[in-house]
Write a protein that binds this ligand. Structure first.
Ligand SMILES: [Zn+2]
Length: 73
């Protein structure tokens, strides 16, 4: 039995589908930064500035490191 050659377009679609799936997984894994005070999650690309903004806006009485201990170096 001879396998029919697949059209490149079809292959590309499969590739896209796979990429989309892995991207979703990546997004899920990327939700790693969590405010320890209100348990809100942020994607790991969230900058320190954004974390500080969140801490100042939501928890003015808490230290920013109480919300995001990972910022402490
Ligand atoms: Zn918070």
């Amino acid at each position: 039995m001879v396998r029919k050659p697949r059209w490149p377009r079809e292959r590309n679609l499969e590739k896209q589908k796979a990429a989309k799936g892995s991207q979703l997984e990546k997004n899920k894994a990327a939700m790693t930064i969590q405010c320890k005070v209100c348990m809100q999650t942020f994607i790991c690309t969230t900058t320190e500035v954004k974390c500080r903004e969140h801490a100042e806006a939501k928890h003015p009485k808490s230290d920013v490191y109480a919300c995001f201990p990972h910022l402490k170096k």
